[in-house]
Design a protein around this ligand. Structure first.
Ligand SMILES: NC(=O)c1ccc[n+]([C@@H]2O[C@H](COP(=O)([O-])OP(=O)(O)OC[C@H]3O[C@@H](n4cnc5c(N)ncnc54)[C@H](O)[C@@H]3O)[C@@H](O)[C@H]2O)c1
Length: 355
């Protein structure tokens, strides 16, 4: 029998990837229960992953109170990450795995960390790309000095800063060895009333991030009609193209681009294995731990706050709320084309177009 019982809150698209991850460590983790307000979601997910009807809950708090869960997966939309994580922490499981983005404000991120600390719960954030072999290899190359001293990072993402951008910013931090962010200069445009999974987002934005050690990173979001979650790092002695499935290195020894060969992997399985090893005490410094995700939230919020205040934000960021809400609700960013829409409305079941 597996040693850890997991319950998943919210049975949508990413919950399936969590279930796949937990199944990869089935000797250690058993999918014991699920919760979703939507009956169809509960039924479809329960049938697919073998969760019996009596273990499918409409109310996630009832699941938390009834089932003796060791692990809770929080796989709902962004604004629910903090309240669900805090509610789960109060029931003292051993660990909570919360999806990305960790939170939609720095205040929420800190509340999640505090609630987990207060209750002795480990908190992992689903920046599972840290488990892609391509990103692991890139991190090792940087640590080994393959490109000399990292100087500049460049990335072009789509579909909202909080959506893809959180993976990219977290990924570059991982590959660079988690350097401390020192300042952020940001700009954004919002002429339409755009949302992503019920969170207000920008039409487009860009941010320049200064990290300790003189590394600067440029993150663009929705400025182009092409993009990816991956990035390029330019160092004093070489260049690294970092893609989860394809890493290319150029330096004085390679004589042009060298593509590195490696086996492709499932990062959700890697994440699940990493979590079991963390619970078992085999790993002390878990790579997806919440305090490692917090700087990514801080950077994204600092980008918005820089656009709001027209100044460079020097860390630590002191604004606890979501700066984009402040900008819009203060009337400083009126939309030119009224009419709210959600770029993830296709996920919503039934008649609803948002939550
Ligand atoms: N790690 C990744 O690469 C990745 C990929 C996709 C999504 N995500 C993240 O996962 C989260 C969920 O996204 P998704 O695409 O799976 O959304 P989704 O819309 O497919 O699923 C959300 C589910 O939450 C349920 N729900 C809503 N309110 C609830 C409540 N109070 N209690 C229980 N269930 C409730 C809905 O009924 C729905 O089934 C987002 O924060 C997103 O950013 C991460």
């Amino acid at each position: 029998m597996a040693r850890y019982r997991v319950g998943i809150i919210a049975c949508g698209s990413i919950a399936g990837a969590h279930a796949r991850g937990w199944r990869a460590v089935a000797d250690d983790v058993e999918l014991a229960a699920i919760a979703d307000t939507n009956e169809e979601a509960r039924t479809v997910f329960g049938e697919k992953w073998g969760v019996p009807p009596e273990k499918r809950y409409a109310d996630f708090r009832q699941m938390l109170d009834t089932e003796k869960l060791d692990i809770v997966s929080v796989a709902s939309w962004h604004t629910q990450h903090a309240p669900m994580t805090i509610a789960a922490a109060a029931r003292k499981p051993k660990l909570i795995l919360c999806e990305k983005p960790m939170a939609t404000s720095l205040g929420d991120a800190d509340d999640m960390i505090t609630a987990c600390k207060r209750n002795g719960v480990k908190l992992a954030i689903g920046h599972m790309r840290r488990f892609y072999s391509g990103w692991e290899i890139a991190r090792q190359l940087v640590a080994d000095g393959a490109i000399g001293k990292p100087r500049r990072v460049w990335s072009t993402v789509l579909e909202g800063l909080l959506n893809w951008g959180t993976h990219t910013i977290d990924g570059m931090r991982f590959v660079l060895g988690d350097p401390k962010p020192e300042w952020v200069l940001g700009a954004l445009e919002r002429k339409t009333d755009r949302y992503e999974r019920a969170t207000r987002i920008e039409d487009a934005c860009a941010g320049l991030i200064g990290f300790a050690g003189g590394i600067e990173a440029l993150v663009e979001s929705d400025l182009t009609d092409w993009g990816s979650i991956n990035f390029q790092i330019v160092g004093s002695d070489g260049v690294l193209d970092v893609d989860e499935n394809n890493v290319r290195l150029m330096n004085a020894e390679t004589g042009g681009w060298r593509t590195l060969e490696f086996e492709k992997n499932d990062p959700f399985a890697g994440q699940a294995r990493g979590i079991v090893d963390w619970l078992d005490g085999k790993v002390e410094d878990y790579r997806g731990e919440a305090t490692k995700a917090r700087p990514t939230v801080e950077i994204m919020m600092a980008l918005y706050e820089s656009a709001r205040r027209h100044e460079v934000i020097r860390m630590p960021l002191k604004t606890r709320v979501y700066p984009l809400d402040l900008l819009v609700e203060s009337g400083h960013l009126p939309v030119e084309q009224p009419g709210r829409y959600d770029i993830r409305s296709f996920l919503v079941r039934g008649e609803q177009m948002t939550w």
